[in-house]
Write a protein that binds this ligand. Structure first.
Ligand code: MN
Length: 742
């Protein structure tokens, strides 16, 4: 047990300083009453956290103060939210109750603190994390400031993540990139999103992050010089417009640069897209549009524009409220440069998102994009039966879209939907009932399939039929979270109805067997057969997909209870990890382990490499305890793993490579290049043989003189993989080589 130390007087001096600095960072000067209330919130938090310390050893109270400061400085929230931020961990971590807070600070602040308190672990179901997040989202409708404080809390935890054990870092980083980054984007908190993704990359792809950061640093002077050269002639012409304005170069985030490197498959030196130039004009709202286009005119007079790269979110903002005019021009040395043009108001909205939007509410005549979005979140939250993991997926689909299409209803109303949305999504966006009874959709008077992907400017009409009902296949035809949630809800209701007969039959049987606790027995059976879904169990029985005898087969009845036939494990081995501790004959044969799992030799466990990401020795990895296939080893960047970690963090174990292994690993590579006629396969296989690698499979596809090949090879470790990729890249006629996930 670590010794618990109360904060010392010296520490209190430091704490007071940091608190005062936080108050100083408030956007507008607080009045006496506000100051007094924040002081009381601070005192309560400071006192109740006095025995707690963070992992780094510093007093815990630094965390809530830091969160409050992010709220004040980076989001621009006011005194009430600051009080809630200061108190946000009090109910969860100290003896203070929500009632105490209500008595002291009133309903509004208690409501916020309540929203920020994690669900009691008594609610623990399969995914505690998902349940907690669902709770956070439901507060969106009560008071958006709660979610904003939650974002500040997460940002501070991410900024200080290094003080946590590594496997916990993975879990938190995965959850952040899976949920919080898209949510930040949806709330228009662009800076939060970039910082989240950069901090996640620092954890999940450390080497790659350091590499990009180093190169950015090395090329900094040259880049600044170029930006100056680019801006100088623009300044002269912009001055003539007689607007107050700022023009500056802005580096892009490490994460976005790295993604471009991966996507475009070019070396760092050839990426010109490392920065954007921003022009911010200070004009009244009614002059904004004119001013932005005047600047655009100047920019394209000086430099040649690339018309297809013009994006106008000034006329129609993005659905998360973003307003800006983007264009790309050919600058000096024929390098492409992105220029972003916006007003000070638009800039504040882009940086502060929702909070700034609130400030300008009603100032511009744009539709209230957040109201529309809240409606769609409300729709997903409405479904009382949706399980939380499903919900999270639906929410993500809904939150993640960056681009949208604009279509028209027959009445001439414009609607925006995420890019990729289908005709059926459109029907659901009108009304749930229109979706349910959608028979066909007309685009410009012509019937299109329900899977038709919407295009900008489409004029759509939905034909309904009372007889029509959603079916399983519809889930594949829609992409929006709302439509998916509604269809699933309808299908579930139908299954439930059809399952009634099965339910009756099973209840009769359990009664005959004199089972005492029938609900518990049903829970047990559905866990065994249908992953906990009662509806599915009853439905399968009703549809004769499984007989009652088969349902009860794996159990015997003892003292009015169902007991599994398999030998029961003794009490103390209840931890799930112990179940995985079956000696795996395959691992044992080799006589040594490739991995340490939670610091213990891996051959004690049943584990295998995940086939979705095929880790090789040297990759950053972790172990995930599956329900019935032992441990799976994933790469920390595996897209599946992110989902797993975000939802089932408690099943994550630490895994480290043992450096002296002789094992081989499967890796999938994708190659593209020019097909010079013949011999491509021979040359590639020759090269691989030269490198002493074994090919497991090889497939190649080609059209119009290009080819794309997929190769599975066996390698010993990451270094050998790196050499193999370099070797292949050096071959004539090969343009790209990349490691792929399936
Ligand atoms: Mn916190």
């Amino acid at each position: 047990m670590a010794e618990v130390l109360e904060t010392t007087i010296e520490e209190q001096t430091g704490i007071r300083k940091v608190y005062d600095a936080m108050i100083g960072s408030l956007q507008s000067k607080p009045n006496t009453a506000d100051l007094e209330q924040m002081e009381r919130a601070f005192k309560m938090a400071n006192f109740s956290h006095r025995y707690q310390r963070r992992k780094s050893g510093e007093p815990y109270i630094y965390h809530p103060i830091a969160v409050a400061r992010i709220c004040a400085e980076e989001i621009g929230l006011g005194p009430t939210a600051i009080c809630a931020a200061l108190l946000h961990d009090v109910v969860e971590d100290t003896p203070v109750s929500l009632d105490d807070i209500r008595a002291e600070f009133g309903e509004a602040i208690a409501l916020m603190v309540g929203g920020l308190t994690k669900l009691d672990s008594a609610y623990a179901n399969e995914s505690q994390q998902a349940a907690n997040f669902k709770k956070v989202l439901s507060t969106l409708i009560i008071d958006v400031r709660i979610v904003l404080i939650k974002m500040a809390d997460r940002l501070h935890n991410m900024r200080t993540i290094r003080s946590m054990p590594e496997h916990k870092q993975f879990k938190i980083a995965a959850e952040t990139s899976y949920i919080y980054a898209p949510l930040a984007h949806r709330l228009g908190l662009y800076n939060f999103r970039s910082e989240f993704l950069d901090l996640c990359m620092k954890v999940l792809e450390r080497e790659e992050y350091d590499e990009v950061a180093r190169k950015l640093q090395e090329t900094k002077a040259a880049r600044e010089n170029y930006i100056e050269r680019f801006i100088a002639p623009l300044r002269e012409r912009l001055d003539e417009l007689n607007y107050e304005y700022r023009i500056y170069g802005r580096p892009k985030s490490i994460y976005s640069i790295y993604n471009k490197l991966k996507k475009k498959q070019v070396p760092f030196e050839q990426i010109y897209d490392l920065f954007a130039v921003r022009i911010v004009v200070d004009v009244p709202v009614n002059k904004e549009k004119l001013a932005c286009w005047a600047c655009y005119s100047v920019v394209t007079d000086v430099y040649q524009g690339v018309p297809e790269r013009l994006k106008d979110w000034v006329t129609i903002p993005k659905s998360n409220g973003y307003e800006s005019l983007h264009t790309t021009v050919a600058g000096p040395d024929a390098r492409f440069v992105e220029v972003q043009i916006r007003s000070e108001r638009m800039n504040e909205i882009a940086e502060r998102g929702f909070a700034a939007h609130w400030k300008y509410k009603g100032v511009s005549n744009q539709p209230d994009v957040y109201e529309q979005w809240f409606d769609s979140v409300r729709d997903i939250l409405d479904d009382p039966n949706s399980d939380t993991v499903q919900f999270l997926g639906d929410f993500r689909d809904n939150a993640f879209f960056n681009e949208e299409v604009y279509v028209w209803t027959p009445d001439g109303d414009m609607k925006s939907l995420p890019k990729g949305a289908t005709a059926l999504d459109f029907a659901f966006s009108i009304h749930t009932d229109v979706g349910f009874h959608c028979q066909s959709v007309l685009v410009d008077e012509r019937i299109v399939p329900l899977s038709y992907r919407l295009k900008n400017g489409d004029r759509l009409k939905v034909v309904t039929n009372k007889q029509q009902r959603p079916n399983e296949g519809w889930l594949k035809l829609v992409t929006t979270g709302k439509a998916k949630a509604k269809i699933r809800q309808a299908l579930k209701a139908e299954r439930k109805e059809k399952g009634e007969l099965g339910k009756e039959a099973l209840l009769r049987k359990l009664k005959n067997l004199h089972i005492n606790d029938v609900p518990a027995a049903i829970e047990q059976l559905s866990r065994h057969h249908t992953e906990g879904s009662h509806v599915d169990l009853f439905y399968n029985i009703a549809q004769e997909l499984i007989s009652i005898a088969q349902v009860l087969g794996p159990f015997i009845v003892e003292n009015g209870k169902l007991v599994p036939k398999a030998i029961q494990l003794p009490e103390e081995t209840k931890h799930p990890l112990v179940d995985a501790r079956k000696r795996n004959p395959a691992n044992k044969e080799k006589g040594h382990s490739k991995l340490l799992i939670n610091g213990e030799p891996g051959d004690q466990f049943e584990y295998s490499m995940a086939t979705c990401c095929n880790p090789v020795q040297g990759d950053q990895v972790f172990a995930y305890l599956t329900a019935n296939a032992g441990l799976k080893i994933h790469r920390s960047v595996c897209p599946n793993a992110q989902n797993l970690m975000a939802n089932y963090g408690y099943r994550i174990m630490k895994a480290d490579w043992v450096s002296t292994t002789e094992s081989s690993f499967v890796v999938n590579l994708k190659l593209t290049g020019l097909d010079s006629g013949k011999g491509v396969i021979e040359r590639i296989s020759h090269e691989i043989a030269e490198m002493d690698l074994n090919i497991r499979s090889f497939s190649i596809d080609g059209t119009d003189g290009f080819f794309e090949a997929k190769i599975s090879v066996l390698v010993k470790n990451k270094d050998q993989l790196y050499l193999a990729i370099q070797g292949l890249k050096n071959l004539d006629h090969i343009s790209t080589v990349s490691r792929i996930e399936e």
